[in-house]
Write a new protein. Structure first.
Ligand code: ATP
Ligand code: MG
Length: 876
């Protein structure tokens, strides 16, 4: 069965059981500080389990793009080596939010596998949680009983806490799990070893395909468990593994999910899959990683040098390195696989189709630059080997290569062993561990459980309409981190504070209490659909009402900049074309930043046109219009712009200024005239095919223009208030250029004069023509002079001295003939002469220079030069 059909069949099966089908959430998480990437189907539903928000439907089914490359779930190092773990994979899931529980979850999973897909029951094994003493949990006999009705008892196995108790993180919802494993070995092998002995033993053909999680507890900060008021089901089935089973293959990579990509790799590299383990691993790594990287880019995460972007960059680099080392490809090629991927996955995930061009460009540039790094690293490794006498490269050096230049350690060790060198791997590991500890320490945070305070209910955001309200605390907790120290987080009953999101910074402000005390809010963020207010202090009276006040001036300026990004977006699409898509934005009080897709640098004319366009919209004084609860489809129909990689609900907020229409949750000014003026400060490149504009409006624009005009005033006053400043500066520049030319000519003349003088004072001592004089020229002129005289005169020995800005210079020139006949060496002589000026120097046998800090010593040095020649002549 084709993979496309299989995915459809799963979703349809659960739709027939009254589940609502929902889209996959983006693979890159934007509003969850605890996670970089979606690593399980449940991530997007976390707030339902936590009770922070209400689901629209209590039964849901989906296919979720997951990425397991960081944090708690990290399969990166396994990928390629085995045949059933991927970095990016799809998780098919069915969900109950306080609706059905173990019985239905188990029965439907079994029905789908054995009746719809007709997988033989003989090949299936299930596990249930055996209990855990430390947690005071007994065996999940509920699940056992439900399974017993469907499966032979000897196929129901007990699993420990590691495999069969699922937890979201250190804290939060959790519960026992029941896994389904499938045995796809040959009958022969099955006869030798029973399948149940291989469950959870990392056998590539006895693998877990589906995990049914029964969420019924909450893990508290102190490690204890409490029972949740309502119970949920969270299941996840590996789509690629299911394809393997249904297509009668023994590797995920042999299914139609991967074969087109693998074929394409074969065509490009000329290697064949299935011939040698080394090449096969490399091909699998590349086939897998290109998916992860392309999907991340399509969802808005570009490779970069920090955070989530760095993780993506490292995945791509791992692929490049495997291609470089094992497939012998030294030029970019992975980018070419994007088209194959887009064609194949485009139906289920349209973003990969529409973003294919961008993915290709970005991957190609990354490949180019990392291949350069690899070449450089190889060069450095060569010199390290040359310099090593012991045939061992130290761990520190290898770490430097790895850490500073991004040169992979396994490549280092491979090359070293090929060349008969050793690597001090232990020392390398130590360095690596040190670095890991450093970054872990820096990132460490711990939080207490939430303490509920009187007022309850779901939190309401009223900040679109009000910036000051009477409200109360719902709950608070203490959070400690290396970076911020101790902080308190509050959830309010109603809040006017805008939480960071959509590129816009979170509000700051104050909570004012009746007794006059104040608690300052330093930042506001969203976490699992809750609005969290950050503060350094805890209010004294926790259950009292207070006035929550947003810092209005900061909010106004931020709102002006947010409105400006919408107008800028519109302007760019107008001026450059509709291929322009927003790729990121940062909206602060004093500045805004807008990243967008476009292939080339903007010309001065284009920038001017963009600026003019925005300023015209400001002059038109367009008023803000919004529709807060419009259906997503209706908004798109109207022509509203939605952003890629953004997760929208069914109901969205539409923000309009004239013809600019965007789906947006941010805060805006009531009228574009509030922006006062829009000024582009900078235009640059962020990545291949992505440009960035930085701009200012309102107060910042005023301040900028005021400062510019002050500078201009000062310039005018320096220039004695000319009629035309520009002209006057231009003529100054011209004058300056002419003067420079004149000085140059004069210098040449001076040099000529000195040369004639020196030549006339030339002394002949025993066949040597000696010049030893103080000339006070700069180093370049002295050299010129010495070479000119040396070129015109035979057998010269020239020593020149110069004093400039309290420093001394000496130059010594000796004709080649003298160097040969007398064995003189300017380099050596200058060292000795240099002592008189308290300095040092060096050079070649026929020309050398010295610098020193004692100009008073120049005559002595010239004296010594002369006596050297005299001495030689008497000796001769
Ligand atoms: P495994 O022990 O095989 O790594 P897991 O216990 O990490 O699996 P879960 O977290 O329970 O898996 O995820 C649910 C399902 O997702 C698994 O049953 C499996 O089919 C699939 N899955 C998990 N990790 C991967 C991966 N890296 N690549 C492909 N499929 C995966
Ligand atoms: Mg795993």
């Amino acid at each position: 069965m084709k993979s496309i059909l299989l995915r459809r069949q799963f979703l349809e099966f659960f739709q027939s059981k009254s589940h609502a089908k929902v889209d996959s959430a983006p693979i890159v998480l934007k509003d969850d500080p605890t996670l970089m990437f979606t690593n399980a189907g449940m991530n997007q539903f976390k707030s339902y389990f936590l009770g922070n928000s209400e689901p629209q439907s209590t039964r849901v089914t989906n296919s979720q793009k997951c990425l397991r490359v960081s944090g708690k779930h990290n399969d990166l190092e396994e990928v390629g080596k085995d045949t059933y773990h991927h970095t990016m994979f799809e998780m098919l899931g069915n969900w109950s939010f306080g609706d059905y529980f173990k019985k239905e979850a188990i029965e439907w999973a079994w029905e789908f596998l054995t009746e719809v897909l007709e997988i033989s029951k003989d090949n299936l094994y299930v596990t249930i949680f055996e209990g855990d003493k430390a947690d005071g949990l007994v065996k999940d006999s509920e699940a056992y009983e439900f399974w017993k009705a469907l499966v032979d008892e000897d196929k129901i196995l007990l699993g420990n806490k590691k495999d069969n108790f699922w937890e979201m993180g250190d804290q939060g919802p959790c519960g026992p799990a029941s896994e389904i494993h499938v045995d796809i070995r040959t009958e022969e092998e099955k006869a030798k070893v029973p399948g149940k002995d291989l469950v959870n033993q990392d056998h590539p053909q006895v693998v877990e395909i589906w995990n049914l999680v029964f969420i019924q507890y909450n893990r508290k900060a102190n490690g204890s468990l409490e029972t949740l008021p309502s119970r949920h089901v969270d299941t996840g089935m590996g789509f690629e593994r299911l394809c393997m089973v249904m297509q009668d293959k023994t590797s995920n990579y042999d299914t139609d999910v991967f074969t087109p990509i693998i074929q394409s790799i074969e065509n490009i590299t000329g290697k064949t899959y299935g011939k040698s383990e080394e090449t096969d691993i490399a091909i699998r790594v590349i086939a897998d990683h290109v998916r992860a990287v392309a999907f991340a880019i399509a969802d808005g995460q570009l490779p970069s040098s920090t955070g989530a972007g760095y993780v993506i960059r490292r995945i791509l680099r791992r692929a490049i390195r495997y291609g470089f080392t094992f497939l012998d490809v030294k030029t970019p090629f992975i980018f070419q696989l994007v088209s194959v991927l887009a064609k194949q996955m485009g139906e289920a995930f349209p973003e990969i189709l529409s973003q294919a061009e961008l993915c290709k460009n970005v991957i190609r540039e990354e490949e180019k630059s990392f291949l350069r790094t690899l070449e450089q690293g190889l060069g450095m490794l060569d010199s390290l080997m040359e310099a090593s006498s012991s045939k061992t490269i130290s761990g520190q050096k290898a770490f430097e290569l790895y850490d500073t230049f991004g040169f992979p350690i396994d490549l280092t060790s491979l090359i070293l062993s090929e060349q008969g060198y050793k690597l001090d791997f232990e020392a390398f590991q130590k360095e690596l561990a040190k670095q890991k500890k450093r970054s872990k320490d820096a990132a460490q945070t711990s939080s207490s459980d939430w303490t509920e305070v009187g007022s309850s209910g779901t939190e309401e955001f009223v900040g679109y309409d009000q910036t000051e309200i009477q409200t109360q605390l719902v709950k608070y907790r203490k959070v400690t981190s290396k970076k911020e120290g101790e902080q308190y987080q509050f959830v309010l009953n109603k809040t006017p504070f805008y939480p960071e999101g959509g590129g816009q910074v979170g509000d700051r402000g104050v909570l004012e209490f009746k007794d006059g005390s104040k608690v300052y809010i330093l930042d506001t963020k969203k976490e699992n659909h809750q609005i969290i207010h950050f503060s350094k202090t805890l209010p004294e009276a926790l259950d009292e009402e207070f006035t929550a006040k947003v810092d209005v001036s900061r909010r106004q300026k931020t709102a002006a900049n947010h409105t400006a990004t919408h107008l800028l977006h519109q302007a760019l699409r107008q001026v450059l074309g509709t291929h322009v898509e927003q790729k990121g934005s940062m909206v602060q009080a004093d500045y805004l930043r807008f990243d967008f897709s476009h292939f080339s640098k903007l010309t001065a004319k284009e920038l001017q046109a963009v600026e003019d366009f925005v300023n015209s919209r400001i002059e038109e004084a367009l008023s803000f219009e919004e529709e807060r609860q419009i259906a997503y489809d209706a908004a798109i129909e109207k022509g509203a712009i939605a952003l890629f990689g953004e997760k929208y609900g069914d109901k969205v907020r539409l923000v309009k200024f004239g013809n600019s229409m965007e789906l947006c949750g941010g805060t805006h000014v009531k009228n574009t005239s509030k922006l006062w003026h829009f000024i582009i400060k900078n235009e640059s490149s962020v990545a291949s095919g992505i440009r960035r504009i930085e701009a200012i409006t309102s107060e910042a624009a005023k301040a900028f223009l005021t400062k510019e005009s002050q500078v201009l005033d000062s310039v005018k006053s320096i220039l004695n208030q000319p009629q035309d400043v520009l002209k006057s500066v231009e003529s100054l520049q011209e004058e300056n250029l002419n003067l420079k030319k004149e000085v140059e000519q004069l210098n040449q003349l001076k040099l000529k004069q000195i040369k004639t003088e020196l030549q006339s004072e030339l002394q002949e001592i025993g066949g040597v023509n000696l010049v030893s004089q103080q000339v006070d020229l700069d180093a370049g002129a002295m050299k010129d002079l010495a070479f000119q005289i040396g070129g015109e005169q035979e057998n010269v020995f020239i020593v020149l001295g110069s004093k400039a800005q309290g420093k001394a210079l000496l130059a010594c020139y000796i004709s080649k003939s003298l160097v040969e006949s007398e064995g003189w060496n300017a380099g050596k002589i200058i060292k000795s002469l240099g002592k008189h000026i308290q300095g040092g120097g060096g050079g070649q046998a026929f020309f050398a220079t010295a610098g020193g800090k004692n100009p008073g010593g120049i005559p002595k040095a010239l004296e010594e030069a002369k006596s050297l020649v005299e001495q030689k002549s008497t000796e001769g």
